[in-house]
Design a protein around this ligand. Structure first.
Ligand code: FES
Length: 183
C-alpha cells in the first residue's frame, strides 16, 4: 500500500525543483536582456574615439615653447625646438639612454624642430610640466613630472627618475608644411 505522505512529499520536491530552475532561467535571460543594450550603446562611442584625430597648426607655436592639446581624451604635447635644443638633443649618445632613441627617430624628416608626444608620464600617468611652465622644465630642459620627479629632455626622452620609457610619440603626419594631424 502506498504511503500518501511519501507521494505528497515527492511531488513537492519536484515542484520546488521546477520553480528553482524556472527562477534561474528567468534571471539568466533577464541579465542578458539588461546587459545587451548597455554594451551596444558603449561600442559606437569606443569606435568613434579610436578613429578620432587632432589637428594642430605648429606655426602658431614659438620655438622653445610647448602647447597642450587633447588627443583621444588625453593630453598631447606639441613642441617647437630651438636650434640650440636640437643641437643639445643630438649631442646626447642615444645608445646610453634608458629608452634609446634619437631625435630623428622621434620626429618627421625635415621637421625635426616639431616634437609631438603624449602628455602622459610613462611612470604612473601624471601630466608632466613643460616649457611653458618656466623653471619647472627640470634639469634636462624638456618636461618634468611633479608626481615622482621624472625628468625628460628636449626630445621628451626619459633622463632621470622612475619613468621607464620616453614620452610616447603617437601616429601623426604633416598634412601641409605647418599642420599636423594626429591619429
Ligand atoms: Fe610621473 Fe610618477 S607619474 S614620475
Amino acid at each position: 500500500v502506498a504511503d500518501p505522505h511519501d507521494a505528497g512529499h515527492g511531488d513537492g520536491v519536484h515542484r520546488r525543483d521546477f520553480i528553482n530552475i524556472a527562477a534561474v532561467s528567468a534571471a539568466g535571460f533577464g541579465g542578458v536582456a539588461v546587459l545587451y543594450p548597455l554594451i551596444s550603446q558603449m561600442a559606437p562611442s569606443a569606435d568613434v574615439l579610436a578613429e578620432s584625430t587632432t589637428e594642430v597648426d605648429v606655426s602658431a607655436i614659438e620655438p622653445g615653447q610647448s602647447i597642450k592639446a587633447i588627443f583621444r581624451k588625453q593630453p598631447l604635447f606639441v613642441r617647437r625646438l630651438t636650434e640650440r635644443e636640437i643641437a643639445e638633443a643630438n649631442a646626447v649618445d642615444a645608445s646610453s639612454l634608458r629608452d634609446p632613441q634619437t631625435l630623428q627617430e622621434r620626429t618627421k624628416e625635415g621637421h625635426e624642430d616639431v616634437l609631438v608626444t603624449m602628455g602622459v608620464c610613462t611612470h604612473l600617468g601624471c601630466v608632466p610640466l613643460g616649457a611653458a611652465e618656466g623653471e619647472n622644465k627640470g634639469e634636462f630642459g624638456g618636461y618634468f613630472c611633479p608626481c615622482h620627479g621624472s625628468h625628460y629632455d628636449t626630445a621628451a626622452r626619459i633622463r632621470k627618475g622612475p619613468a621607464p620609457t620616453n614620452l610616447e610619440v603617437p601616429e601623426y603626419e604633416f598634412t601641409s608644411d605647418t599642420v599636423i594631424r594626429v591619429g
